[in-house]
Structure formats: structure tokens, C-alpha cells
Design a protein around this ligand. Structure first.
Ligand code: DGL
Length: 263
């Protein structure tokens, strides 16, 4: 029985895995977190492309029928280049989030937040403009958000002040919709919402990504019919660290996380 492969730079992609499991409970899932080389958000385009290809090759060895790139930085830098070079469909997190944001925005002003790499790539902006050239995009890198989330700092004075500083350009631009363009940011959604105000729509693409995966599998007649999918988790380093953070990202503990020696 073939699986859905998912990779991320580390633990953040579990937000996407969680949604895949919820929407596709019968599917087997193989998750790979590249914890030896995280973070991707500050690495160069060439490096992120190389890591992404290596991660995909690892997943292909696990007999996958589709690969989901849960990492926004990898989706931004690598997906446009590598998407059509493999024998399985590859789904990233950018396009589903863009579609939802363009649909949600009434005033055609959309904010995008992400890692330095994601923002530098301008992939979100390019895809938004392709869908609706009239939309004005304001993008901001928020490099401190990932360590905050991994340290469990999801609220409090320091977090609030940093969120205010990073989001100032978005507030000034009058955006009505903001794409949470990083695996970790949905965990900071309450404080982001507090800073931007309750009328602003926050887009967390995980749900749309899982929906897209389901659509592709259905259209190719590849959906699993027998009940009870199995889930395997691999990392390139530090399985204990990964397990300890998994609960925050997935809402449940992961016991059997395996370390891969050579990706
Ligand atoms: N997974 C990354 C992303 O969504 C965040 C963590 C990192 O920088 O590797 O962009």
C-alpha cells in the first residue's frame, strides 16, 4: 500500500501532517523532518533546492504515491524548479494558500509573512499576481517567530512586542488578509490576530493543502479505500527533540520517531 510522503525542514510540517491525517484517515503517511539541517529559512536558494531534492529522493525510496512539501521555504525556492522532474505528483503549500487568500480578500490588499528565504523568493507575490494582478502584496520576514514557537513562547510581552514590530508594514498597508506563510506561524495566530485586529482574515494553508492532496489522489484514482492509515516519522537528527515538540504541533505524542543516517 503506497503512502503519501511529507517533508519539512523539521517539526513545523506536522501542522500539515495533522490536517492530512484528519482529512485522509485511511492514507499511510511517511513524514521526514530534516532536523539535522534545520532551519531552511535562512539558507540560500541553491542549498534549499539541494536539500529538497535529497528529501524527495529519500521519500521516493519509501514507496510514496504523492509528495507534499510542507515547508514554505522549500516550496518557495525549490518547487518552481523541481516540480515536474519526478514521477509522482508534488504538492507545495504556496498555491493552496494563495488561492484561499485571493478569494478571501475584499480590498485586494494581502499581507504575506514568512521566513527570510520565503519572502526573498517572492514566490507568494508572483503567484498572487498571476491569479489577480490587481492585488497589492505587502510581505514581511519574521525570523524570530520560528524560535519563539519552538521554545513555546506563544504569548506574553516580548512576543507581543516583536509581533507588533514585524507586522507594522502590514498594518500600514491596510491589508485585510494575511497569509501565515510558514509552518510555525499558525501557532502564533492568536497573538497575530490580536495585533492585526479581529476583522483581518488569517490564512493557514494546511487545510487547503490537504484538500488539494485529496483532490489529486481522487482524480488519479489513488485514494486508499481500506481503513486505518499508518503513520511513520523519520528525522535526520535528534528524534527526542522532535518527539518533545510534536505534541505542540500535532496535538498528540509521537513515540516511534526514527533517525535516518544518510538522506
Ligand atoms: N519550515 C520552515 C518554513 O515553513 C520554517 C522553519 C525553517 O526555517 O526551516 O518556512
Amino acid at each position: 500500500m503506497k503512502s503519501i510522503g511529507v517533508f519539512d525542514s523539521g517539526v513545523g510540517g506536522l501542522t500539515v501532517a495533522k490536517e492530512l491525517i484528519r482529512q485522509l484517515p485511511n492514507e499511510n503517511i511517511v513524514y521526514f523532518g530534516d532536523t539535522a539541517r534545520v532551519p531552511y529559512g535562512i539558507k540560500s536558494r541553491e542549498t534549499v533546492i539541494r536539500f529538497s531534492i535529497e528529501n524527495i529522493l529519500f521519500l521516493l525510496k519509501q514507496d510514496v504515491k504523492l509528495i507534499c512539501v510542507a515547508c514554505n521555504t522549500a516550496s518557495s525556492f525549490a518547487l518552481p524548479v523541481i516540480k515536474n522532474h519526478f514521477r509522482v505528483p508534488i504538492v507545495g503549500v504556496i498555491t493552496p494558500g494563495v488561492r484561499e487568500a485571493v478569494y478571501a480578500s475584499k480590498n485586494k490588499r494581502i499581507g504575506v509573512i514568512g521566513t527570510k528565504g520565503t519572502i526573498k523568493s517572492r514566490t507568494y507575490e508572483t503567484e498572487i499576481k498571476q491569479l489577480d494582478p490587481k492585488v497589492k502584496v505587502t510581505a514581511a520576514a519574521c525570523p524570530l517567530f520560528v524560535p519563539f514557537v519552538e521554545e513555546g513562547w506563544l504569548k506574553g510581552e516580548v512576543v507581543l512586542s516583536v509581533v507588533k514590530t514585524y507586522l507594522k508594514p502590514l498594518r500600514q498597508a491596510g491589508v485585510d488578509t494575511v497569509i501565515l506563510g510558514c509552518t510555525h506561524y499558525p501557532l502564533l495566530a492568536p497573538v497575530i490576530q490580536e495585533v492585526l485586529g479581529k476583522d483581518i482574515t488569517l490564512i493557514d494553508s494546511a487545510k487547503q493543502v490537504a484538500f488539494e492532496v485529496k483532490k489529486i489522489l481522487a482524480s488519479e484514482d489513488m485514494l486508499q479505500r481500506s481503513k486505518g492509515g499508518k503513520h511513520r516519522f523519520y528525522v535526520s537528527d535528534n528524534p527526542e527533540w522532535f518527539s518533545s515538540l510534536a505534541e505542540r504541533f500535532m496535538g498528540r505524542q509521537l513515540k516511534d520517531v526514527r533517525k535516518v543516517e544518510n538522506v
